[in-house]
Design a protein around this ligand. Structure first.
Ligand code: GLN
Length: 437
């Protein structure tokens, strides 16, 4: 990786460089040390470009909740880049960096990868070190990779796939090998790909067409496509947001201007008409972060704990069990009974192509959180996934022209296909991703 330019999201520490989490609370903060993942890349000769833009503290799906404005989608500047690793996805897509490392708590690498037409990889929870990564929701946070080729992604994976004693959640996990058959014509012979039956009503027409096309392609390479039913998925989004907000309210309590975070300035004190120093610092958080801290504190309170937080943890367990029940590979930590149906699951990473910023601003999109519906269940279960851009196959001359155009229709925007494997089986994803590329 000598000389590779590697982007680093603003919540990953690079010594001496800003790591603001795109928040006014951390304005002017420079990291006193480098995260393990940053050190590993630097040791391989990568040139790190730090503090790439994001939704504040990782909270958002569109890359519009940053203290410095919003990230534009380089494929069509009227559209959002997706979040929260918006700067990473946009910088990889427009070629300013060769690869980038972001974080994925509930989809923050996969969704922007899908919107910007790049590769996005989320490892098994515990696979990559999070030492030096600023926390959002600790039971879900992972470091992920964005790149333009599967090869580059796999190289970065090889560098970051190191157990780190400094991170207590870092696991010793098996390293699976290639799963391809010897046949060059049908490399996916013998592999089964699961298609969850509940998702098609969630998808836009464009995404649905692209999804069928990807499945036909996999079939033509020898894979068997199997419909699978995954239970409890309708509750996954609610469970995720309850757990993520609860953990965020605890993690972000440290930004009080005393232990961490900007000191109170007289301007903010005047703006907020309060003399309370800690309160002034807390008002530096953006609206989304403030709302989530309040929600998180509420669900952890004694009156709401059992009806919200405890229920969400139960749903999380059920979601994990649903995945365990379909994968042929067994879970290396919590093995349970399985029908042994599939090697992988394939779904789109997003229900639509990148939305226009104007539709988001006009409130035409009911709730940004709904766009995480295809990514959060995988995060709840801690599974590895890779997102591959899937473009319009009817690439007529018109579509080729559209590829260069500054404004694109939905049909001319990419959609990311999300290939998911059992917990700990990250490396299997690369062999299949390469033949799909
Ligand atoms: N959009 C999700 C959220 O806001 C996921 C974000 C992430 O993965 N950091 O929580």
């Amino acid at each position: 990786m000598q000389g590779w330019k590697a982007g680093v999201k603003a919540n990953i520490s690079v010594k001496g460089k800003a790591a603001t989490c795109a928040s006014r609370v951390l304005q002017g903060y420079a990291a006193p040390y480098s995260a393990t993942v940053a050190q590993l890349l630097e040791r391989q000769g990568a040139n790190l470009v730090a503090n790439l833009d994001m939704d504040e503290f990782g909270m958002g799906s569109y890359g519009i909740h940053s203290s410095s404005g919003h990230t534009v989608n380089p494929l069509d500047r009227r559209r959002v880049a997706g979040g929260s690793s918006s700067g990473c996805a946009a910088s990889v897509a427009d070629g300013s960096v060769r690869v980038a490392i972001g974080t994925d708590t509930g989809g923050s690498v996969r969704l922007p990868a899908s919107y910007c037409g790049v590769i996005g990889f989320k490892p098994t929870y515990g696979r990559f070190s999070r030492w030096g990564v600023i926390s959002y929701a600790s039971s879900l946070d992972t470091v992920g990779i964005l790149s333009r080729s599967v090869d580059d992604c796999e190289k970065v994976y090889g560098v970051l796939n190191v157990r780190d004693p400094k991170d207590p959640t870092s696991l010793k996990l098996p390293n699976s090998s290639s799963v391809l058959s010897k046949s060059t014509e049908s490399p996916l012979n013998g592999l089964s790909i699961g298609v969850p039956t509940h998702i098609s009503p969630l998808l836009s027409q464009t995404v649905l067409e692209r999804y069928s096309d990807a499945l036909y392609h996999l079939e033509s390479l020898g894979a068997t496509i199997k419909p699978i039913s995954l239970n409890h998925m309708e509750h996954a989004l609610g469970s995720y947001y309850t757990i993520a907000c609860a953990e965020a309210s605890s993690n972000l309590a440290r930004y009080d201007g005393i232990r961490y975070g900007s000191q109170t300035s007289s301007t903010t004190a005047a703006e907020n008409k309060t003399a309370n120093a800690i309160e002034d610092v807390r008002f530096l958080f953006g609206d989304v972060v403030q709302r989530r801290i309040m929600l998180g504190s509420f669900v952890l309170g004694s009156s709401a704990y059992s009806s919200y937080f405890a229920q969400s943890q139960k749903i999380r367990r059920l979601v994990q069990q649903s995945y365990n029940a379909v994968f042929k590979d067994s879970h290396p930590i919590t093995p349970s009974a399985s029908q042994q149906l599939v090697d992988f699951i394939l779904t789109p990473a997003s229900a639509t192509t990148a939305p226009l910023k104007s539709t988001v601003e006009a409130g035409e999109i009911e709730d940004e959180c709904n766009d995480d519906v295809l990514t959060v269940p995988i995060s709840l279960a801690g599974l590895p996934a890779i997102v591959l851009p899937w473009n319009n196959v009817n690439s007529s001359a018109a579509a080729a022209q559209a590829a260069d155009a500054a404004c694109k229709s939905d049909e001319d925007m990419p959609v990311g296909m999300q290939l998911v494997a059992q917990f700990g089986h990250d490396a299997k994803l690369f062999s299949v991703a390469k033949v799909m590329e």
